[in-house]
Design a protein around this ligand. Structure first.
Ligand SMILES: Cc1cc2nc3c(=O)[nH]c(=O)nc-3n(C[C@H](O)[C@H](O)[C@H](O)COP(=O)(O)OP(=O)(O)OC[C@H]3O[C@@H](n4cnc5c(N)ncnc54)[C@H](O)[C@@H]3O)c2cc1C
Length: 479
């Protein structure tokens, strides 16, 4: 009987758990370690943060799902991994305290998502800083309270400045920030107070629509149409001030200090700001058989798990090397350890990094969205099942081979809402296969805006929660 442990039950870890439960369930021991007893459907936190969705609707209990699949749930924080063949266990501090729990494994999947590095930017964040966040359910609820207070003041006649974007020059997750700023715009329009707000989108992307994936281009009416034109056009239509190309250095009450791509320093005043922090990986203690620190074999300086990628390539070389992106997400030293979702260390950025004349680096990190995380979770789970059943892996999917769809809602109404839908193939441009098309297949890659996207986004909430609850037909709903 094989023992499989998964740390983290987000999009990557929970998807992996469902596939492993399905393939191996009763015959093997699968344990999921998660800080919370509940799954959080992150994409809908954008709607929570404008006060349009009850946060309870974005959560469900993991235990009943895992019971169906014969999976054990340990609720707590994994603190130590002992990876040597003589050991192979994880130490977990249970939620609410108590004696640390030891979880033994033959195979380990690390899917711990992002560690939110608010401390990486002085003055950033909701706890000790001056900005709000939508990156956890609690943060989204907090942001909604502050946003609705602001709305009350605008209703009373006051004018306010709202800034949404990224709070670190190396941040990712611009899609969520774009979706939030669009939802705020729509909400203020619906409330009849849009003219009382100046809305600014401030981010580290070199231009609107970059999204940390070097933007997207498609053929439209025989011409090349870029995501910079698409998203830039939406900003113009919505009256959102575009302050892309800025790396935030510090936030003080009511003021964001930044440097732009040309090295010019400046500040943006705000009454309400939601800025996404830098994402880092979860740092465990990785302990060898003699008590030594073996973390160098398992994680990079940012705490992301090293896998079968080619690390250390210059951007210009990485851009031409699709095989630098991992295909099975397996650690090279400890072959029974895999990483999925945000937790794996990418070989480098997708968007071109930029160094300003003063030496300040502005470089959006590569996104590993819910869809990408789910796909990687599935690939890893099926390979672990393969290894258990037949001793060899048969699944692989690099981000240079992966399709991704991003639907950014602009208001949640099914009557007058809208959404920007971007489908890209592949996620990481492959300059060898598509040298004349910016690295992507311009037939599959697609951008559009309309009401149908709003319906799709709402349906995704329901369909994915159905899938993630492991209900009938869950395997047929793609990640
Ligand atoms: C507001 C917002 C909106 C978004 N919208 C979209 C969208 O529309 N579409 C899309 O595709 N993507 C979207 N994303 C991105 C998507 O949510 C993430 O890419 C996805 O959640 C990453 O999945 P993950 O499994 O890697 O990490 P997570 O979902 O963050 O899961 C990690 C899990 O690990 C647990 N964990 C961490 N450390 C430990 C530990 N030491 N011990 C035990 N458990 C631990 C955490 O508690 C968590 O449950 C959005 C993100 C945000 C913030």
């Amino acid at each position: 009987m094989a023992k499989i442990a998964i740390i983290g039950a987000g999009f990557a870890g929970h998807t992996a758990a469902l596939y492993l439960g399905d393939k191996l369930g009763a015959d093997h021991e699968i344990t999921v370690i998660n800080r919370s007893p509940r799954f959080g459907y992150v994409p809908s936190w954008v709607w929570v943060a404008v006060g349009h969705m009850d946060p309870e609707k974005t959560m469900f209990d993991l235990e009943p799902v895992y019971e169906k699949f014969g999976i054990k749930l340990v609720v707590g924080s994994a603190e130590e991994v002992h990876p040597d063949p003589e050991d192979q266990y994880v130490m977990v501090n249970p939620k609410g305290g108590g004696v640390p729990v030891r979880v033994d494994y033959d195979y380990l999947i690390i899917a711990t998502g992002a560690r939110l590095n608010f401390a990486g930017t002085p003055g950033l964040g909701p706890d000790t800083g001056n900005t709000w966040s939508i990156c956890t359910r609690g943060h989204a609820v907090q942001a909604s309270h502050r946003y609705l207070e602001l709305v009350d003041r605008m209703k009373a006649g006051e004018k306010k400045t709202i800034v949404v974007g990224t709070g670190h020059p190396g941040a990712t997750c611009q899609g969520a920030a774009f979706e939030y700023v669009s939802n705020i715009h729509k909400d203020l329009v619906r409330k009849g107070i849009r003219d009382r707000a100046e809305i600014i989108y401030l981010s580290n992307e070199p231009q609107p629509g970059d999204f940390g994936v070097r933007g997207v281009q498609v053929f439209r009416g025989g011409k090349v149409f870029t995501s910079a034109q698409f998203i830039g056009g939406i900003f113009k239509e919505f009256g959102i001030v575009d302050q892309t190309g800025r790396g935030v250095k510090e936030v003080q009450p009511g003021k964001i200090f930044w440097e732009d791509l040309n090295g010019v320093e400046g500040e943006t005043a705000f009454d309400f700001a939601m800025l996404v922090p830098q994402f880092l990986g979860t740092k465990f203690k990785y302990i060898g058989k003699n008590g030594e620190d073996v973390s160098g074999k398992l994680m990079n300086a940012g705490g992301f798990v090293l896998v079968d990628a080619i690390y250390g390539l210059e951007y210009e070389i990485l851009e031409q090397t699709p095989e630098a992106w991992p295909s099975v997400y397996q650690n090279r030293y400890y072959r029974n350890i895999f990483a999925a979702g945000i937790a794996f260390a990418p070989p480098g950025p997708i968007s071109r990094p930029h160094i300003t004349p003063s030496g300040f680096k502005i470089s959006p990190a590569p996104p590993r969205t819910g869809m990408i995380s789910g796909v990687i979770g599935r690939v890893v789970a099926l390979n672990v099942a393969d290894l258990v059943i037949r001793g060899r892996m048969t699944h692989h999917e690099r981000m240079t081979e992966m399709v991704a769809a991003c639907i950014a809602s602009m208001g949640d109404s099914l009557w007058d809402g809208s959404a920007a839908t971007i489908v890209m193939y592949p996620v990481v441009p492959d300059m060898r296969r598509y040298p004349n098309e910016g690295g992507r297949d311009m037939i599959t890659t697609h951008m559009e805006m309309g009401l149908s996207g709003a319906w799709m986004k709402r349906m995704l909430h329901t369909t994915f929660i159905h899938k993630l609850k492991g209900r009938i037909g869950w395997q047929f709903i793609p990640e």
